[in-house]
Design a protein. Sequence first.
Length: 470
Amino acid sequence: MVSREGPGTVPSQRPLTMPTYPSNCLQFAKTIEGTLPTLPKPTSGSLGLNILVVGAGLGGLVTAIALTQAGHKATIYEQTAVLGEVGAGIQIPSNSARILFKLGLESYLKPYVTTPESISFRRWQNGKVIGKTRLIPDFVNNFHAPYYVVHRADFHSALYQKAQDMGIQIRLGARVVDYDSALGSITLEDGTRYTGDLIVAVDGIKSVARNVILDGEKMLFRNPGFAAYRAVVDVNRMRNDPDVSWILERPGLNIWIGDSRHVMTYTIGAGKAFNMVLSHPDTSDPATWDVQTALQAMKIEFLGWDPVLTKIIGMVEKTIKWPLVSGSLLNRWTRGKLVILGDAAHAMLPYMSQGAAMAVEDGVALARSLSYMQSQEQLTEALAIFEKVRILRAGQMQEASLLNGQLWHFADGPMQEARDAAMEPEVEGLSFSHSPNQWSDPATQMWCYGYEAEREIDQAWAEWRGLRKE
Ligand SMILES: Cc1cc2nc3c(=O)[nH]c(=O)nc-3n(C[C@H](O)[C@H](O)[C@H](O)COP(=O)(O)OP(=O)(O)OC[C@H]3O[C@@H](n4cnc5c(N)ncnc54)[C@H](O)[C@@H]3O)c2cc1C
């Protein structure tokens, strides 16, 4: 390759080139303007597409906000008459928070979020800390956004409020029963039909739109054989008990891990409630689950675990059991003028706490890819580039989530001992180059939380243009 600077340029004065291999060695140079080449950005103005968004879950709302900010007209069609979110807590990891801030959501989220200081992995039997990730200040310093936990209902209403403030129309009680992907139209249950330049279906794990994309072929779910009890404990009850009150003193995530089971906990509602997700082996048919016996069954699952944990479990007054499944890797997310994203495209085990975060990344990635269109004829390219970039990322996150389902669940024995030994340096505050704790492992951390969805789209468009020139 011929150097652009000509033969006389001193090598140390030449502009740096981002390596094509995974490396952080040029992070320092990002702080000095002009030292790294920048990717071309979308230059044409927005085409102002008329976009029909199906689903007003977390993914649908974020996508509509991102599309509207990019200059399109987004209208949301949601089947339920009353909006809401089922379940209690949700983590907003830094890769998601960074995007939400850019979309202008910081002030909408601030009143509701808790910012945990760290994530502690604890031994199932006695609660001993066996792995530790420092979130404050490390995640803000390295990934330029905090790591939040929040009540789902609060996260949802923050997005809803922002969408309202932006004038986005949300039609409730509007169940989509049919799609015409060639025309870009949807038909509602009452027979009314709407046509747009693009339909974005964010209609969740049971997606109808996915069937259209796959042309009637069913996506196979990977059932790793787990279910989760979800519960919330009254913090006042915990504060009055000296055996467990210490866990509320500093905001943190605590995960007890053991044979085939784990319990993830953190406070939500800005410290007002204690959220628990209790994962355990279960291959039974959800249709046979009985809400009356769930509480008792949950307590039996964790008999013999750390007395602090079982005491907190004893304070749970009601719980719901939730099936945990992972979607399989799809080879397409688009057909004609229809695209799916969020859980519809990439349902995953919640073991990386990244399902909704992937929908947030999808939303801005789609908006960015559409910004490169110079005419309506380029919709196919814009969707193909979006699909290529996002299938790779979300597929890897599905894989990382499944891997945690193995790493956390070793029975006591050589693998568990080797895993715990590998996490010792992070607990002792020593330096380390690898960790089975995927929040700490340096390579996984940079891939997971340092990912920049818009940059990946810019890169893919640049490559596509390069390929087209040849
Ligand atoms: C136990 C558990 C813990 C989790 N923890 C985390 C976490 O900590 N962090 C994280 O990022 N993710 C987490 N997730 C994943 C996260 O909850 C999901 O990935 C996310 O909520 C998916 O959002 P969505 O908008 O794609 O789908 P949904 O939330 O399912 O929304 C789909 C919407 O579409 C509507 N809809 C469906 N069909 C139609 C139709 N035909 N017409 C009109 N509307 C329709 C539905 O009513 C719904 O409102 C967790 C999941 C579980 C189960």
